[in-house]
Design a protein around this ligand. Structure first.
Ligand code: SF4
Length: 331
């Protein structure tokens, strides 16, 4: 199974509830950034630049939990910054599990191995460790020699301790598809439960030409999408069709709302026009139709999963659903 059956059941129940309520604009995954502090300065990171002046600020535990309750999503991605640096991280995870949430805990892996004794394996909890290439490539991107080895030791230790572990890879302009093929082989050999792969986004605040145009994304993903039965990819197959240019979708910017120490980020995880104080304001005051139309020039090259995977879920047809079920069982 690429995703735990309990996640499928939670998500299906949630989608049915939204349908019965007649709600067609609702989020699926909350992106919770309790801190932007980080122990790395990766080349493609927008957060350390955009939030440079507020990077030492943290959300309180109470703010985190209220945000989770307000968004009401079955899945919470805890991200950052490096969320293992958040002052109340253990309590946060415990409270989310007590609420029945599925947690994808994103980490760069630098503190993973030593943090493991503070957590318990749970079918609702997945470590999601960041790898952007094989050892030399990854270490160059994160600017830390030995970083790859440290993260892979964390992955092996987490698997040995009984945790679910997935990985997250961002594809940049310089990424060689053959390097990803080698990396995914290494990750599969380390026993990871899932490999998420998605293109990066051209943050205004990231300098240099590290990101891909849509044409370049499609070229790389035509090859990557062929690996679905070879590696435990968890980027869903319909989204991979989109990345390969085989299907077209408009984005669903409210699908993965982002909450951090500055408030609710509008309109999406990637671009920031403003932060709202409450979830209600984010939903009511953002001009969603404008962003869905794709007219904003910043959206022109975007194909990122937090904008488009929610569209796949919203627009799934019967045959798509069957394909997704078969795909989930094959891993
Ligand atoms: S296409 Fe959607 S997800 Fe991408 S930048 Fe624009 S609003 Fe955000």
């Amino acid at each position: 199974m690429r995703f735990p059956i309990s996640l499928y059941m939670s998500m299906t129940g949630y989608l049915l509830k939204m349908k019965l309520q007649g709600n067609d604009r609702f989020p699926l995954v909350l992106m919770l950034e309790p801190t932007h502090r980080c122990n790395l300065t990766c080349a493609g990171c927008g957060r350390i630049r955009e939030y440079h002046d507020t990077i030492q600020m943290e959300m309180t535990l109470d703010e985190c939990l209220r945000s989770v309750d307000d968004a009401g999503t079955p899945v919470v991605t805890v991200t950052g910054g490096e969320p293992l640096l958040y002052s109340h991280v253990v309590e946060l995870v415990q409270e989310l599990l007590a609420r029945g949430k599925h947690i994808y805990f994103c980490t760069n892996g630098m503190l993973l191995e030593e943090s493991l004794p503070r957590y318990r394996p749970d079918s609702h909890f997945t470590w999601n460790v960041h790898f952007d290439g094989t050892e030399p490539v990854h270490d160059a991107i994160i600017g830390r020699q030995g970083g790859f080895q440290k993260a892979i030791r964390g992955v092996r230790a987490a698997k040995a301790a009984g945790f679910r572990v997935s990985t997250n890879t961002t594809v940049y302009r310089e990424t060689e598809v053959s390097d990803l093929e080698e990396l995914f082989g290494q990750l599969a050999a380390a026993g990871v439960d899932g490999i998420l792969v998605a293109p990066g986004f051209s943050y205004e605040d990231v300098t240099g030409e590290v990101f891909l145009t849509r044409r370049e994304i499609m070229e790389k993903f035509r090859r990557i999408s062929r690996w679905q039965n070879r590696f435990p990819l968890i980027s869903n197959p319909i989204y991979l069709d989109f990345l390969s240019g085989r299907r077209t979708f408009s984005c669903t910017p409210w699908g993965n709302p982002t909450r951090n120490s500055q408030g609710w980020k509008s309109p999406c995880y990637l671009i920031t026009d403003t932060h709202y104080a409450t979830y209600g304001e984010l939903m009511d005051r953002t001009d969603w139709d404008y962003y869905v139309s794709g007219r904003d020039p910043r959206c022109a090259q975007c194909m990122v999963h937090c904008g488009y995977e929610p569209t796949v879920v919203r627009q799934m047809t019967g045959p798509d659903l069957l394909r997704m079920l078969k795909w989930n069982l094959h891993a």
